[in-house]
Design a protein around this ligand. Structure first.
Ligand SMILES: Cc1cc2nc3c(=O)[nH]c(=O)nc-3n(C[C@H](O)[C@H](O)[C@H](O)COP(=O)(O)O)c2cc1C
Length: 323
């Protein structure tokens, strides 16, 4: 089969993501201007490591790892496995807690000039509320409420898959903050438009989708699951078609809501697919696990691809979408 190469690399000389670049095509998500439509996806970006590779202020946004009211250790044992075209993780939202985040990652990212989305994790409604309250007066630019993690026993996906529970939670959080609030949805439901609508009716300013897809691998030498948590969340190139379908479905059901498309993006062309599916912006996740500079490279490739698509670029810059 012919090798499918990005047109950005076929038609133009190899792009150097390290050289200075003047962004040509911004986007607007829930009133917040991103200098380009590409951010990092939560859990796949670490400032302490990434700052050695590139200037984080060059990204559309930086979405940080989910933070909980107190430090969480995450799941024990083996937490990751390889899949075909994918990565499976059951990290279990390990993080040092919101108090640490407020004096460490967040001020450092803001000092570096980044536009920051703070991702919020919880095991119950009170957890989410405590974190949102603490972030309400912080310099975070946007909040992303993670109601879609498949790797925790309480909270996470169980809230995001139940439209009534999700409506209750988001209504409560809406009272606690004026910051633009994104609700991150799980693809592990029969009809994603139901939680999407519940989140918006409860006061969400935007939706992001998708979080990881439930999956597993078996070690045939032992006959046992590779990951100690048994199942994990699948991410990476294999989930691209799933993410695109979910964005298309939500955009069809909710023509006005800002959407951030996530899942399997590792090139400007794949980001472009999400924009044509109806997203206002995208986040790059697993690609950065093996290529730390991937989010910035995707942003540069997309900036050039949008040169040839002025109608789409104009819509994004005005806070609108292709469809
Ligand atoms: C190791 C790892 C950790 C993650 N941690 C979080 C998290 O803390 N909060 C969250 O909302 N999503 C988390 N995600 C999900 C990603 O942000 C993203 O939604 C998902 O991986 C799909 O995008 P991708 O295919 O580009 O990776 C994590 C994903 C991975 C691979």
């Amino acid at each position: 089969m012919a090798n499918v190469t990005s047109t950005a690399t076929m038609d133009k000389p190899a792009m150097n993501p390290y050289e200075a670049h003047e962004w040509k095509h911004p986007t607007v998500v829930a009133g917040v201007t991103w200098k380009n439509p590409v951010g990092t996806a939560s859990g796949t970006f670490q400032y302490a490591a990434v700052r050695w590779f590139y200037d984080v202020s060059q990204l559309g946004t930086v979405c940080t790892k989910g933070v909980s009211p107190v430090p969480w250790e995450g799941n024990p044992g083996v937490r990751t496995a390889e899949g075909p075209g994918s990565n499976i993780n059951a990290v279990g939202l390990q993080n040092p807690g919101v108090d640490h985040y407020l004096v460490d990652d967040l001020p450092k990212l803001k000092a570096a000039g980044a536009t920051v989305i703070s991702n919020v994790a919880g095991h119950c409604d009170d957890d989410y509320a405590q974190v949102v309250e603490k972030l309400a007066d912080s310099p975070a630019d946007m909040l992303e409420i993670n109601v879609s993690c498949p790797n925790v026993s309480h909270g996470g996906m169980s809230v995001g898959a139940d439209p009534d529970a999700l409506y209750r939670l988001i209504s409560r959080l809406r009272e606690l903050t004026d910051k633009p609030m994104i609700v991150k949805l799980t693809p592990n439901v029969t009809d994603i438009t139901l939680p999407a609508r519940a989140a918006v009716e409860a006061g969400a300013d935007a939706l992001s989708l998708i979080n990881t897809v439930v999956g597993m691998r078996i070690d045939v030498r032992t006959g046992r699951p590779i990951i100690d948590h048994v199942t994990g969340g699948v991410s990476g190139p294999a989930v691209l078609p799933i993410g695109l379908a979910r964005v298309w479905q939500v955009r069809t059901a909710l023509p006005e809501v800002p959407i951030i498309g996530i899942g399997g993006i590792d090139s400007g062309e794949k980001a472009l697919e999400y924009l044509y599916a109806g997203a206002n912006a995208v986040e790059v996740g697993a690609a950065a696990l093996f290529d730390p500079i991937a989010p910035l490279r995707v942003a540069r490739e997309l900036d050039d691809l949008l040169d040839d698509r002025p109608e789409l670029a104009a819509k994004l810059a005005a806070g609108r979408t292709w469809r």
